[in-house]
Design a protein around this ligand. Structure first.
Ligand SMILES: [Zn+2]
Length: 217
């Protein structure tokens, strides 16, 4: 689904998070993936990757600003490449699953590597309770020092993706019914009948097309 740009401002339009999960919204950041006029890259820069992670609530604004300021251009370019590679491996696996295809070993290996990266950078910390009450303190997984690494947003996406891919939520995975769109989403509707990534865009477009066809007959 192609987003309308924001008239009157130079700011990039916000990411459309219709997928219902950060890993699916991430795959959707290569827009118009199967369209005849070619895909449109919404992750054009490291800044876009940070914006995506922040808008998906994987990353807080303060850390996003810190990374935008501190990451070198070379490290940023490398992290962006890693992010896109992860995205395409996820796309191959998820669309393959919808179409009943066995995933390629190379794609599984990319996922495995990034999922391991994400796991390895989490730190186990002892958190005492705010009120200092005994018995309320516990061990917690935190990102700690890794939050300053250029690849941090990639690890956040990889961690979210590994949780989704190994959960029963995968039964709700669907692709938008519009052939030019095919965005991934989770169908959480009561009767499991959701067909469009976004009813307002793809749903209405399909309705308009059916209307035209009926009136052309
Ligand atoms: Zn759509």
């Amino acid at each position: 689904m192609v987003m309308a740009s924001n008239p009157g401002t130079n700011a990039a339009p916000p990411f459309d998070l219709s997928g219902g999960h950060p890993a699916l919204d991430f795959v959707n950041s290569l827009d118009n993936r199967y369209g005849k006029d070619g895909p449109a890259e919404l992750l054009g820069s490291y800044g876009d990757l940070l914006r995506f992670a922040e808008q998906s609530q994987l990353l807080d604004a303060q850390r996003a600003r810190l990374l935008a300021r501190s990451v070198s251009p070379v490290a940023a370019a490398r992290a962006l490449r890693t992010a896109r590679e992860l995205r395409e491996a996820l796309a191959a696996l998820l669309y393959g699953q919808l179409e009943g295809r066995v995933p390629a070993r190379a794609d599984i290996l990319v996922l495995e590597r990034r999922f391991h990266d994400a796991g390895r950078h989490r730190e186990l910390r002892w958190e005492s309770s705010e009120a200092g009450l005994p018995g309320h303190a516990k061990l917690q997984w935190q990102w700690g020092r890794s939050a300053k690494a250029a690849d941090f947003p990639v690890w956040l996406v990889a961690h979210a993706a590994s949780q989704l891919l190994s959960s029963n939520t995968m039964e709700q995975l669907r692709a938008c019914g519009a052939e030019t769109c095919r965005w991934l989403f989770l169908d959480t509707s009561k009767n499991h009948t959701r067909r469009w990534c976004n009813m307002k865009v793809c749903g209405n477009r399909a309705k308009a097309r059916r209307f035209q066809q009926r009136h052309a007959e």
